[in-house]
Design a protein around this ligand. Structure first.
Ligand code: CU
Length: 322
């Protein structure tokens, strides 16, 4: 190799090393990831409780009063269930758990929520929920249990776990903040048999901007089969998640989630709908929900021109935001 081309190569390498921190987010270092756990409960169950009908408990916490950074960046939220002796219990008792993050804007845009079939949510590398770290910036935690076993007498408690980076680390990593919103297909009473429910994504929805979805969770009740985000303009599925029911029980074993740094592209000039399917094999009418919750980052241009804080209209009320 000539000395000139060698010099050119070295110059290119130097330029790359100088520019790299600004062009690429660094790999997330788990040593810098902090963890907060909170016990919520107890919940006493001695009869069946359908989804959304079981005992509920709340707690409010400061995530990290010892941290002096102005913001904290939440990476994951999970819940485990224990009995009175501290033995780990099945997640089938989890109806849902919420963490309402402090925000000056739309409260619905800063909600972490997990529910039956999905006991953990974790954002992909490069993305997180950003919250202020001040003495009044409390996170409101809510847990609700469910049960389909009539022969039971149990005291349960929940362990909520949040993982997060402080602002200094988040800046180093170049983390991008996400906002959250839901689309609810809201089938309330489902007759026996197969059913399809469809809801248009409203134009005022937080994710009807150019940008990407980086995390999706779906919420179904037992006998739910799938939740799909469909691009009506392109006539294409954006994402479809399915659920696994426990045979012979009124309970979900598992629901899908989407978590990927690549993201799912959203076009603000397209029309979208959410399609939920149920197969009610119980032989009687059941109550049900079909919710798609997305975590979204707008493109830089759309973020500058459209503030989510100005969109105070939400698709659903706080009582039905799983
Ligand atoms: Cu529900």
């Amino acid at each position: 190799m000539s000395s000139i081309s060698r010099l050119t190569e070295l110059a290119c390498l130097a330029a790359f090393l100088i520019l790299a921190p600004y062009s690429y987010s660094m790999a997330e270092d788990s040593e810098q990831l902090k963890t907060k756990t909170v016990a919520v409960g107890e919940f006493f169950i001695d009869r069946p409780y359908a989804s959304m009908k079981g005992p509920t408990k709340t707690e409010s916490i400061l995530l990290d009063p010892s941290s002096k950074t102005p913001y904290l960046w939440i990476k994951s939220f999970s819940v485990e269930i224990f009995d009175a002796d501290g033995n780990r219990q099945s997640s089938e008792y989890l109806c849902h758990a919420w963490a309402h993050l402090p925000t000056k804007g739309n409260p619905e845009s800063a909600l972490l929520t997990i529910s039956e079939g999905l006991p953990e949510m974790r954002f992909p590398d490069g993305y997180a929920m950003k919250i202020p770290n001040t003495s009044d910036a409390k996170i409101m935690l809510l847990g609700q249990v469910r049960n389909d076993n009539p022969h039971i007498s149990k005291h349960l408690s929940m362990k909520f776990t949040l993982t997060y980076f402080d602002d200094t680390e988040a800046q180093k990593l170049g983390l991008v903040p996400l906002v959250s919103t839901t689309v609810n297909t809201a089938p309330t009473d489902v007759l026996p048999g197969k059913h399809i429910y469809t809801a248009q994504v409203p134009q005022h929805s937080l994710f009807m901007r150019n940008g990407n979805i980086y995390f999706i969770k779906m919420h179904l009740h037992p006998y739910g089969q799938s939740v799909e985000l469909f691009d009506d303009t392109a006539q294409a599925t954006v994402w479809k998640g399915t659920a696994e029911n426990i045979p012979g029980r009124d309970a979900l074993a598992r629901t899908d989630a989407y978590s990927d740094s690549q993201g799912l592209k959203i076009h603000k000039d397209h029309k979208y709908k959410v399609i939920t399917t149920y197969n009610n094999t119980s032989g009687h009418v059941i109550d049900a929900m079909g919710v798609l919750r997305v975590y979204f980052a707008a493109s830089a241009a759309d973020e500058a021109t459209t503030s989510p804080r100005s969109m105070d209209k939400t698709e659903t009320s706080l009582e039905c935001m799983p």
